[in-house]
Write a protein that binds this ligand. Structure first.
Ligand SMILES: *[C@@H]1O[C@H](CO)[C@@H](O)[C@H](O)[C@H]1NC(C)=O
Ligand SMILES: *[C@@H]1O[C@H](CO)[C@@H](O)[C@H](O)[C@H]1NC(C)=O
Ligand SMILES: *[C@@H]1O[C@H](CO)[C@@H](O)[C@H](O)[C@H]1NC(C)=O
Length: 515
């Protein structure tokens, strides 16, 4: 329900007055930018020459949980993942009117972004909504030290993060068993002013939408004066760090919105995946999806684990998961999903190729089972389970014939790499409404999807219909409205003829051109 409200909000949040303010701001920014460009050059040179500790020392000096989070084996996919600039560097377009010569200086500005990148030698134009609107509405402040992208995400140069300004009892990353029954509220950081310090004369004016945690982050942001602050006294995190606050951190659907947002920001800022560090500004205990962050991107660590004030060379305040285009199910398109699939699979060393064989279809049925995933559900009760798992498997086999490879699997207790290994070769994905169906994003382009919903499930929830639609995959849904099919322990009986009908329908769709 929260999500639906959020999506509706996004559509109405761009008033005319808002845009006018924005234009004035951009103009001001341009003037200030032009005046301060020399100063910026000077500062960036001064910064370059300042003594700095190597990253590995900082990791050891600045973090409490080095052993668990500082993986000495930098993750390298078999096919190296590559991200580059198009030739000529033509993609730097912070503000129109800057000349080629100025681009060298501008490169150090927080206000630069890419309009195109190469990913695995493929050219991607970053010209699609909604992100193209976010970058085009960028406001450049403080001579390029702060860039506000449409009040959706923000990039800073040289932010000091002071974790002593966190008032929470727990710092995050605990074992689940140590924090049973901890309230969700305790897992969101309460930040005193000065948690974030940016180089500015006046704290920027943000217009973040209501309910965005960036409102809280903005309240904790103070300015330091660049000419009076010796940054080299602090440990330094070089490169780009994406700060995020995660919601529903063990839920694959919601975490997918965070993964996707991080992926697109990685493209926009032109950072290679292993060089994009992820800073969790939350106090969630350890979750089963935490390791996926480290596989996809660079280091993953928690703000509560920084031992002393630390400088982040480039810090991005990320786009809130609920505000991701992936969570706006009424959208007709979500950009870069093919690239996101390739990124996600490649980073897990999984091949993106699959040739469908309609005589030997691979069918995966996702089993939802009771499973302890977070401290607020110690019994691990899960709703929307199948009542007749074996019968469903039998019926799918009968419908598709002996060549079909039909497997029922509980995906959420498998390693992500093992899940993807299966999904990347799955021709028909079936499952009850649930986060596991987020794997639709990783299916081959020739696959189809069957979703089931119990009587008590809200028909307005269109998460996976939307995912399949955006990926142009055949999709069908059966929603039970017969009370007799609802059994105890939230199990739903799926009649054989329904299995046969839905599987036949999807089979005909995916195999109509191939056969
Ligand atoms: C992918 O393969 C590389 C090289 O063999 C290895 O170092 C890396 O750990 C693998 N990644 C994953 C997620 O298994
Ligand atoms: C957690 O809460 C449940 C129900 O409120 C209670 O039965 C259980 O003993 C609590 N567990 C711990 C470790 O406090
Ligand atoms: C630093 O810059 C600020 C703002 O421009 C100025 O007010 C202050 O006097 C400067 N301090 C020094 C030591 O130059």
């Amino acid at each position: 329900m929260y999500q639906a409200t959020q999506s509706a909000f996004i559509l109405t949040s761009r008033g005319a007055g808002f845009l006018t303010t924005r234009r004035i701001k951009s103009f001001k920014c341009f003037v200030i930018g032009a005046v301060i460009i020399n100063l910026l050059l000077f500062l960036s040179l001064a910064w370059k020459n300042a003594p700095r500790s190597p990253l590995s020392d900082v990791m050891n000096a600045g973090l409490l949980d080095v052993a668990s989070n500082n993986n000495p084996n930098e993750i390298q996919p078999k096919r190296p993942f590559e991200l580059g600039l198009p030739k000529g560097g033509a993609s730097l377009e912070a503000t129109s009117g800057w000349t080629i010569q100025e681009q060298e200086a501008v490169r150090k500005s927080a206000c630069s972004y890419r309009t195109a990148v190469y990913m695995n030698n493929k050219h991607i134009d970053l010209n699609l909504p909604p992100f193209v609107h976010h970058v085009k509405s960028m406001t450049c402040l403080e001579g390029g030290e702060i860039a506000i992208f449409d009040d959706k995400f923000v990039k800073f140069n040289n932010v000091i993060i002071d974790s002593s300004k966190i008032t929470n009892l727990r710092k995050g990353g605990e074992k689940m068993e140590d924090v049973w029954n901890q309230s969700e509220d305790e897992e969101y950081l309460k930040l005193e002013p000065g948690f974030f310090k940016a180089s500015c004369l006046n704290p920027p004016v943000f217009n973040f939408p209501p309910a965005d945690h960036l409102l809280e982050w903005a309240k904790s942001l103070q300015c330091y004066t660049a000419n009076e602050t010796v940054l080299s006294q602090y440990p330094l995190f070089t490169g780009t760090t994406l700060a995020i606050q995660r919601y529903e951190y063990v839920n694959l659907y919601h975490t997918m919105t965070d993964f996707y947002n991080a992926f697109v920001l990685m493209l926009i800022f032109g950072v290679p995946p292993s060089k994009l560090n992820i800073l969790a500004v939350d106090a969630h205990p350890e979750g089963a999806l935490d390791p996926v962050w480290k596989t996809l991107f660079g280091k993953f660590f928690r703000a509560g684990h920084l031992k002393e004030p630390t400088v982040f060379e480039n810090l991005v305040w990320g786009l809130l998961g609920y505000f991701s285009p992936l969570n706006e199910h009424e959208r007709t398109e979500v950009p870069y999903l093919t690239e996101f699939r390739e990124f996600f699979l490649t980073r897990h060393n999984i091949s993106t190729d699959h040739a469908i064989n309609c005589d030997r279809l691979n069918v995966v049925i996702i089993w939802r089972r009771d499973y302890v995933a977070h401290p607020r559900n110690p019994k691990g009760s899960v709703v929307r389970k199948f009542d007749n798992e074996e019968e469903i498997v039998q019926q799918v086999k009968e419908t598709l014939g002996p060549g079909a490879n039909v497997q029922g699997m509980q995906l959420d207790n498998m390693l992500m790499q093992d899940q993807l290994h299966v999904i990347a070769k799955t021709d028909i994905l079936m499952g009850m409404h649930g986060a596991g169906l987020s794997h639709i994003l990783f299916l081959p382009a020739t696959s189809g999807v069957i979703e089931f919903k119990p009587e008590y499930s809200n028909p307005a929830l269109q998460h996976f219909k939307a995912f399949a639609y955006w990926r142009k995959l055949p999709y069908t849904i059966w929603h039970n409205y017969d009370t007799n099919n609802e059994k105890e322990f939230h199990k739903t009986y799926i009649p054989r003829d329904i299995v046969k009908k839905t599987v036949t329908e999807i089979f005909q769709e995916i195999c109509k051109t191939v056969r």
